[in-house]
Design a protein around this ligand. Structure first.
Ligand SMILES: [Zn+2]
Length: 431
């Protein structure tokens, strides 16, 4: 049978929904003010155990969840107690109940957990959440960091990792010259989970992070994905020497595109004597060039060929374009041995002195990384997920209007892309 509660006091308690409080009253207005006090029995002095005396009471206002759409404040009548024993060093103290609100936060406990989900899980902005609560930005921000840090540092988040990736990402532009500050993402590329972000891209920080994980954790790593720089390779050499190395397809294709772009700009300069302008055929071709060939429709393809005929008299850009498309073809093969002979033939062709300088440079890189490039065909892992992570991080940064504090940036990025266990949000202890 349906039980309808009609006792006014009990109705209020149910609506307010906080443990062990008496609802004293409600003050109408915007925000709505709900006055409560803790139910209590006379406590003993935490220092000496003597029954305490009530000293006074003061009202502490904390931001709570909106009540029926209205921004709401909890007016908590907090008692202050004193110890009657004159010899006790504990003179007086204020009652506290972390179930209602943490003493360090201006948001109720339930409000803080809710805000962390809104911002961290659903990627909402702190400003929007603050508007819903009718409070200032800092109140929400502090709560998200306090609950968020407890969630992202939960040890279960760092379970055994089979495929590890490192990637650099721009964290912030800082200082009078807007100097770029980089960070390194540490990623479980098998699961597509951002494990952590550490400052810098020189390798010392990710190496320290990995070493800190311990021997057993590192031993479980079977494969490591690499961009084509030596820095992260050195990190893997030092920390997971047993793991297979795979050159990440995303970075290989990216390099081929960069070389194509360099070539286009050089030829542009050599033929016209200036940097690309709006009507220059090569400048107009730049987007079509970097598009994947199969995505060019017939029209785009003939347009590209026309632009190249007009702006690329020696056919160098066309050669670089062809080289890029051939590099992409590498990943159509399924067989590692086949892929290796493909890379070798490709690199041989590219380093031929008749080739444009950019294509020769690409060929030398392919040669240097040939085994790791072919190794992809055994593992099929890619920093692709890492790049997706980085896009998420960029999105988080946009939402938050850029971060200047690395610790804040780390928590926000991990809440969003680090796959924390959100079922723990109700139970973690805020920092
Ligand atoms: Zn005492």
């Amino acid at each position: 049978m349906l039980v309808v509660e009609s006792d006014p006091e009990r109705m209020l308690e149910l609506l307010v929904g906080l443990p062990d409080v008496n609802v004293l009253g409600v003050v109408e207005g915007r925000p709505l003010e709900v006055h409560v006090e803790c139910r209590w029995s006379r406590p003993g002095c935490p220092e000496c155990g003597v029954p305490a005396h009530l000293k006074d009471q003061r009202v502490v206002i904390v931001v709570d969840l909106p009540c029926f759409g209205k921004p709401t404040r909890l007016a908590w009548h907090k008692r202050r107690w004193r110890c009657p024993d004159g010899d006790c060093p504990n003179r007086s103290w204020t009652e506290r109940d972390e179930r209602i609100a943490s003493v360090r936060l201006a948001l109720t406990d339930r409000g803080g957990r809710w805000a962390t989900v809104e911002v961290g899980r659903f990627g909402g902005s702190v400003k929007e959440v603050a508007e819903v609560l009718g409070c200032d930005w800092h109140t929400v921000h502090d709560a998200v960091l306090a609950y968020g840090e407890a969630l992202v540092d939960h040890p279960d988040r760092f379970a055994a990792v089979q495929a590890l990736g490192l990637d650099e990402v721009l964290f912030v532009r800082e200082g009078p010259y807007r100097r770029q500050q980089f960070s390194t993402s540490i990623v479980d590329v098998g699961r597509g989970q951002l494990l952590d972000v550490v400052p810098g891209r020189r390798g010392a920080e990710p190496a320290a992070w990995l070493e800190n994980k311990g021997r057993e954790w590192l031993a479980a790593v079977e494969v490591a994905t690499l961009d084509l720089s030596g820095t992260y390779r050195a990190v893997f050499d030092a920390t997971v020497p047993h793991a297979a190395r795979v050159a990440d397809p995303f970075h290989v294709v990216k390099l081929a595109n960069e070389k194509l772009d360099e070539c286009r700009r050089r030829v542009q300069n050599e033929t016209l004597g200036h940097r690309g302008r709006k009507h220059d055929p090569l400048y107009r071709s730049r987007r079509l060039l970097t598009m994947a060939d199969e995505r060019l429709e017939e029209h785009g393809r003939s347009k590209l060929l026309g632009l190249l005929r007009a702006g690329d008299p020696k056919g160098e850009v066309a050669t670089a374009w062809h080289a890029k498309e051939t590099v992409r073809e590498l990943y159509c093969h399924d067989d590692a041995a086949l892929a290796l002979s493909f890379v070798d033939r490709l690199a041989d062709d590219m380093v031929d002195p008749v080739q444009p300088v950019e294509v020769r440079s690409l060929g030398r890189t392919l040669r240097r990384w040939r085994l790791k490039i072919a190794a992809w065909h055994d593992w099929h892992v890619s920093n692709g997920p890492t790049e997706a992570m980085n896009n998420l991080i960029k999105r988080v940064k946009r939402v938050a209007f850029g971060f200047t504090n690395f610790a804040n940036y780390r928590i926000r990025a991990l809440l969003y892309a680090g796959r924390p266990d959100w079922s723990l949000i109700g139970s973690v202890t805020p920092r």
